[in-house]
Unconditional design. Sequence first.
Length: 416
Amino acid sequence: MLKSKELLEKRAQLIANARVIVDGAGQELSEEQKAQVDAMFAESDKLKEEAENAERAEKLERQEAELRASQGRKVNQRGEFVNVSEKDRKQAFRNWCLAAAGNTNFTADEEVKAAQCGMNLRNSKLSIRALSKGTDSAGGYTVPVTLADSIEKKMKYYSDLRSICKHIVTDGGETMNFPVADDTGNVASKVSENGSIATNVDMTFSQVQNVVAKWATPTVLVSVELLQDSGFDIEAYLAEELAIRMVRGQEAEFVTGATGILTGLSAGVNLATGNPITSDKLYELVYKLDRAYRQNASWLVNDDFVGAVRLLKDSTGQSLWSPGLASAGEPDRLCGYPIHVSNAVTAYTGAGDNVKIASFADHSKYLIRDVGPSTQIMRINELYFASGQVGFCMLQRTGCNWLNASAGKTLNSFDS
């Protein structure tokens, strides 16, 4: 069945052919020419009617496609569940990317297939409703599944913090208050026969706020030629580039920002003059932390800290460092506890007075919160069109804060 555009093009050609006959006949058409032109005009009227009907059908399909995209449903116009192939999904995403380069002449079928993947080709935004949740039939496909999953995995790969800290996704971005209670001061005691039970020390409750901020990556530029090349995996490329750029900015906030990991912790131990890292200082910090938090604790340090401790031994000659099994995803350990690296932590080499150069904490008490509906991939239309490129950036609303800052201590440089 011909599309409306094809029917109108056929009609235009028919009228142009009729004009050639009329113009070539001079003042008067022959009977044969009249019959020929009349037949052409009759056919053009028929094509016009067919084109109008096809256009109505295509408009309806597009409206249904937009509705399915807004609802995130993978169904056809009869409400039947549609199995979208990975090939269709990738092509739909490629079409969405190319729309920024002026390629908006999509067929109704292309728009319907994109809608079944949860995409509106004419919208410059793709929403990731939840990086860690979602179902096929209830809105999970607002971007290609492989892209959403890959972005999440890449962000965790380039930053340990999203793996060792508590990470949640919420639908709303309003400020959230979390109750905090530290019950380590309540301990049992012996009671003699007929003796009085000690008065309870009430748990101290407080609240911490988790306020989200809007983050945007620098623009990733891709040439139109690459987008058109079916051999170029645009999803994998964007997932890699956008994840790296988002992590670079957010990790500094998570570590040393106003509500960052190091910012919220109190000092446990200071190094001696000259900042030598010794086994005594490390073990002193370990046992500064209450056992309730120590059993799930880990280190967070800069790369140069790792280089300084790998050859350390205790008083019995035992190495403080033990390598993890990379094949099993196990981290290396220091003093028996997992060690994680973030270069957002201040390098201990050349650190000033009383600077926090490591944390030893139960980092699961630190909350990283993403707002699902506000995580978007933005397609930048027209700005880079003259240079034959399309721009993409990632927007995300994220908040962070300690749920319980008693869960950790820091190792600080020498305090003069």
